[in-house]
Ligand binder design. Structure first.
Ligand SMILES: [Zn+2]
Length: 490
């Protein structure tokens, strides 16, 4: 059996989750569910980055002990995952003793590339990263956090010989041994590598780390730099340093799903740490863009941060999942407004899918239809040939698009099937029992309409799992059970 290991990025838990986190959860979940559908054995990991200085600062501002503060926020991330029907198997906390132990193990394995030196640099607390002047905007601020002054930091730290790995990483990325999707992000990494890599600081004094984070093995005065340990959550969550058999089974990751802001860490630092430690490398990094709100960058200062939980409570889980997957392109910034969201809901779900399901169910009920077969896609999945789509080449396209994370294009294919079936019904007119025999009508409904809907439900499973299940229930047979509308019009 093929194994498939997919991760989300590991978010800082310095605040409660916003809609951008929901986007990434949903994208990664579609990947995980697709691989389960095609009979891969899947491990799906998410977690919380709990060792960052900005978590400590946020806790101090809130006047709450750090552990209590991050536990509470981590729980909110977990709950968001559950509300979005995200099928993760592991939620790994960065402050867990098991993770600390795993990170100390990684440090020991990298020890031959670690040395101590005095360092002064400009540090962005938002990014948890030192920047060169050439990497800052005209006000001397980082591009991810404009308006935030950088701190000038001077102290003795441990450094990692990142410069040793420039050529090796360049080759791995050029050859797609570590495949970065999309292509423009691959070029971004390669052009960064062209400038050469500097060694990086991978520890903080206890004082600056506020005694928080993973202690450096053998040096009680220092804590690990958060990115050194945070990336290792991908390993600690599947047994690295605690259950070697489990770790051997799942590592390396087949896909890391990340946002564009943390590409460098995943495409350069992470492979370098792993190479240094003599461990296997992740196979693919899927880099998504961000969500803007009414055309503006989401930010606390603009006050346009949207709480995904409120949207789920108001419109339902699959309505939000559909918006993220069909109406947001993974490879360009997508915009969210409640207006656009409602429009998409009404046209795709209330009038599109929901209406089709209700219509066919009603016709089947009126004609007392017996369901006598399974659909071609269902048969395909059972026989591991997987999908069936009516036009030549369409299955291949569906698979290709999912495997390249083009969820919007996959869903356009599925919605085309919905439109086609609507058209077929309008043309056949199964309600016209004056010009058609009972047998003709029964045959059309049972063999064409119902089985097409069940095909559609199967194709939707990775994306709208709850809706797919409801549709499968309605058309399971032996009789069709008409139900309340799946998506009442807003
Ligand atoms: Zn920054």
């Amino acid at each position: 059996m093929n194994k498939f290991y997919v991760t989300t990025a590991i978010p800082y838990v310095n605040a409660k989750p916003h809609i951008g986190h929901a986007l990434e959860f949903v994208q990664a979940d579609a990947v995980a569910r697709y691989h389960r559908l095609i009979n891969h054995e899947v491990k799906f990991l998410t977690g919380s980055d709990e060792n960052a200085i900005k978590n400590v600062k946020a806790a101090e501002e809130a006047g709450v002990p750090v552990q209590e503060f991050i536990d509470k926020n981590a729980e909110l991330f977990k709950q968001l995952g559950e509300k979005l029907n995200i099928s993760f198997d592991v939620f790994q906390k960065g402050s867990s003793p098991q993770h600390h132990k795993a990170s100390q193990k990684l440090w020991e394995l990298c020890k031959h590339d670690i040395y101590k030196k005095e360092y002064t640099g400009k540090y962005c607390v938002g990014c948890e990263l030192f920047y060169e002047n050439s990497e800052l905007n005209e006000n001397g601020e980082c591009f991810e956090h404009p308006g935030k002054k950088l701190e000038e930091v001077s102290e003795e730290n441990y450094f990692f010989k990142l410069s040793n790995y420039t050529e090796q990483i360049k080759k791995l990325i050029e050859s797609d041994e570590i495949k970065i999707i999309p292509e423009n992000r691959k070029h971004e990494v390669l052009s960064f590598l062209k400038q050469g890599l500097n060694d990086i600081s991978i520890s903080r004094s206890n004082e600056r780390a506020k005694n928080w984070g993973v202690p450096v093995p053998g040096d009680p005065t220092q804590r690990m730099y958060v990115w050194f340990d945070a990336l290792n959550i991908y390993q600690s969550g599947i047994g690295f340093g605690s259950d070697e058999k489990e770790y051997e089974k799942w590592w390396p990751a087949d896909v890391h799903v990340i946002g564009k802001g943390i590409l460098r860490f995943h495409a350069i630092y992470w492979p370098a740490f792993l190479l240094s430690a003599g461990l296997k490398l992740p196979k693919t990094i899927f880099v998504h863009e961000y969500i803007t709100i009414n055309g503006e960058k989401m930010s606390k200062s603009i006050g346009n941060v949207i709480d995904p939980v409120q949207l789920i409570e108001k419109y339902g889980t699959d309505a939000l999942r559909l918006y993220f997957l069909k109406h947001v392109s993974p490879f360009s910034d997508g915009d969210f407004s409640e207006e656009k969201f409602k429009e998409a809901y009404n046209s795709d779900l209330a009038n599109g899918l929901g209406n089709l399901v209700a219509r066919v169910a009603k016709l089947c009920e009126n004609n007392d239809i017996n369901i006598r077969a399974i659909s071609k896609t269902e048969a395909g999945v059972q026989n591991k040939i997987i999908f069936w789509l009516p036009e030549p080449g369409l299955e291949k396209k569906y698979i290709e698009q999912v495997e390249n994370f083009k969820f919007n294009e996959v869903l356009n294919i599925v919605w085309q099937q919905i439109t086609n079936l609507d058209k077929k019904i309008a043309e056949f007119k199964p309600w016209d029992n004056e010009n058609k025999s009972k047998e003709e009508i029964e045959k059309f409904l049972a063999d064409d309409a119902v089985l097409s809907i069940r095909d559609i439900a199967k194709l939707l499973e990775p994306f709208l799992p709850e809706t797919a299940e409801k549709i499968e229930e309605i058309f399971k047979g032996p009789k069709v059970k008409a139900s309340a509308p799946l998506f009442p019009r807003i």
